[in-house]
Design a protein around this ligand. Structure first.
Ligand SMILES: [Fe+2]
Length: 236
């Protein structure tokens, strides 16, 4: 698809939508339901970001399994009306020393240098881990997945190193997290919105609501996401 840069498009930058690749999607039929919900929600493009765990997965193994899941899904989803474009990516769990990992570029959003990185669920990140992410930010455009799970202060150093952030639709809609999301928006580092869809649950309801909550800021975020994804076409 050649993207019309003037046209506003809706991109879900974080979705567990490929069948049997992680706990987010158990079958082709579930992936189809997720895609149908995305289509009905007016989503034009979904970045498929299945989990990549460096202590469990290998890059070649993951890439092969991802391709097979993608091919199977596309083959069986021709009938979906207004099927969103699917871009392959990954949600990569950060670990120290990751900057030395071979083949990491294959986990970037298809054809780009954009890497969706998940920070570990610990209260404080060790310095060597933060240093590794800062080094990664020199090689890739790192996007920190669901930054709404961390305080702005805790990711400040990473943002200063050039990392951008992605917010989850759930957090944008949550009364508790609304202030935090606003704070992130004020930093100018929010580059993407994600459904982070796992299974069906509330589907794309929150994703639709989040766009309404964000209003104009949401449109700016989508523009940034489009710009990041467009590089895939420029390099194709
Ligand atoms: Fe996720």
């Amino acid at each position: 698809m050649i993207m019309d840069m003037e046209k506003a498009i809706v991109i879900d930058f974080h979705a567990h939508i490929l069948p049997e690749l992680d706990h987010g999607c158990g079958s082709v039929s579930m992936a189809q339901k997720q895609l149908e919900l995305a289509a009905k929600a007016g989503v034009d493009m979904v970045v498929a970001t299945s989990h990549f765990y460096p202590h469990l997965d290998t890059v070649p193994g993951f890439v092969q399994a991802r391709k097979e899941a993608y091919d199977r899904l596309l083959e069986e989803s021709l009938a979906i009306k207004n099927m969103p474009e699917l871009l392959l990516g990954a949600e990569v769990l950060a670990c120290k020393g990751m900057e030395r990992m071979e083949g990491l570029e294959q986990l970037c959003v298809e054809g780009t240098k954009v890497l969706l990185l998940e920070m570990p669920f610990t209260k404080q990140w060790e310095k060597p881990l933060v240093d590794s992410v800062c080094k990664l930010a020199k090689k890739f455009q790192v996007i920190l997945a669901h930054a709404d799970r961390y305080s702005v202060d805790s990711v400040q150093e990473l943002m200063e190193a050039g990392c951008l952030v992605q917010l989850n639709a759930d957090a944008v809609c949550s009364f508790k997290k609304r202030r935090l999301c606003k704070k992130y928006l004020q930093t100018g580092a929010v580059a993407a919105l994600g459904s982070d869809i796992h299974g069906i649950k509330t589907g794309y309801r929150k994703f639709i609501k989040a766009q309404k909550v964000l209003g104009k800021s949401g449109e700016h975020v989508m523009k940034k996401t489009k710009e990041l994804c467009r590089k895939a076409e420029a390099q194709a």
